[in-house]
Design a protein around this ligand. Structure first.
Ligand code: DAH
Length: 352
């Protein structure tokens, strides 16, 4: 077989292989096998010296033509394969835009978070600061600085978890009052609210939990009167329970306030006529409050002849139970999503 015939045969063979190639990889192999440094067509060039001298230039040209032809075929096939791959991919990845969408289900704010945020909004708007204290507290700030000396009988109602004789889990957010006043070095005005967790040695039942939440409020300035307290509490009650609520103050006792009051709000369910929520009285007890006891001011370094103040403490757990008709306080702390889901914003439309 002459070299020319061999070349024609190799060309044919290479074209068949290119044609059969199913992937770029196979094309690459053809290229290496035929046109590479050690490829068969390159090899033919080396055999050229067997040809008579005058035939060599022509043969050389022929080999180059064949190389070019094979290269072009490979390129053309490559484009074809790429196109095929793209088409196959497009087919696989078609998006049916008529399918109904998968709804992203929104979470809901915990009802206690909601109450806290509502009240924080209200009080920030009134120029209060939000202050946080410590859940692990000293006997001094939790009791003594609030006019509850050791062995005071009112301590009985607030038994708690003791870490040591002097260190305990705070029973209320009121110690933040004492801590904040102390830091202000006897200079008013002080306007704060303090949300946080508190602890009591209570046996857990539907209305008691060893851990629950409170929000403390404190205002100390010159000329603060009971009427300031009443106006503030009225706003608070209306924020939580509706614009047409009334409040009423009943005399009470707290060691850290004098006078002390319990605050009732007119029932949001029956509007004061009497129902199961207000136990037929038309009023619901919502918080404890009063005018800051001079002893508390003095112990924290405030001159009680110059400054006066009011304070209040409310329980978001109880507020949320009343507001949403929740019958068991433990629901707030067990994090059952079936419970929490009920507080989803209405616009979310519930589950997908
Ligand atoms: N600390 C009280 C409690 O946990 C609630 C309270 C009552 C706080 C009256 C106050 C207040 O600041 O003035 O029972």
């Amino acid at each position: 077989m002459s070299l020319q015939e061999k070349l024609a045969e190799l060309r044919q063979e290479a074209l068949v292989r290119i044609n059969e190639a199913k992937a770029e990889r196979a094309l690459q192999d053809v290229k290496v096998n035929y046109l590479g440094k050690k490829g068969v067509i390159t090899g033919l060039m080396k055999e050229m010296k067997e040809l008579p001298k005058e035939e060599r230039p022509e043969f050389g040209q022929l080999v180059n033509e064949v190389r070019k032809a094979i290269e072009q075929e490979i390129e053309a096939k490559k484009v074809l394969l790429e196109e095929e791959a793209l088409n196959a991919q497009l087919e696989n990845e078609t998006i049916d835009v008529t399918l109904p969408g998968r709804k992203v289900s929104l979470g809901a704010k915990h009802p206690l978070t909601k109450i806290n945020e509502d009240l924080e909004d209200l009080f920030i708007g009134l120029g209060y600061e939000i202050v946080e204290g410590y859940e692990v507290e000293s006997d001094y700030y939790n009791f003594e600085a609030l006019n509850l000396p050791k062995s005071h009988p009112a301590r009985d109602m607030q038994d708690t978890f003791y870490i040591s004789e002097e260190i305990l889990m705070r029973t209320h957010t009121s110690p933040v009052q004492a801590r904040t006043l102390e830091k202000r070095n006897g200079v008013g005005p002080v306007k704060i609210i303090c949300p946080g967790k508190v602890y009591r040695r209570d046996s857990d039942d539907a209305t008691h939990s060893h851990q629950f939440t409170q929000i403390e409020g404190l205002v100390v300035a010159e000329n603060i009167k009971m009427s300031d307290l009443k106006g503030t509490l009225e706003l608070l009650a209306r924020k939580l329970f509706g614009a047409d609520r009334e409040i009423r103050l009943r005399p009470s006792f707290f060691p850290f306030t004098e006078p002390s009051v319990e605050v009732d709000v007119s029932c949001f369910k029956c509007k004061g006529h009497g129902c199961n929520v207000c136990k037929q009285t038309g009023w619901i007890e919502v918080l404890g409050s009063g005018m800051v006891h001079p002893n508390v001011l003095e112990m924290a370094g405030f001159d009680s002849s110059k400054y006066s103040g009011f304070a209040f403490g409310l329980g978001p757990d109880r507020m949320a139970m009343l507001k949403y008709g929740i019958e068991d306080i433990r629901h707030f702390y067990t994090n059952d999503v079936r419970f929490l889901e009920q507080f989803k914003p209405v616009e979310d439309g519930g589950e997908a």
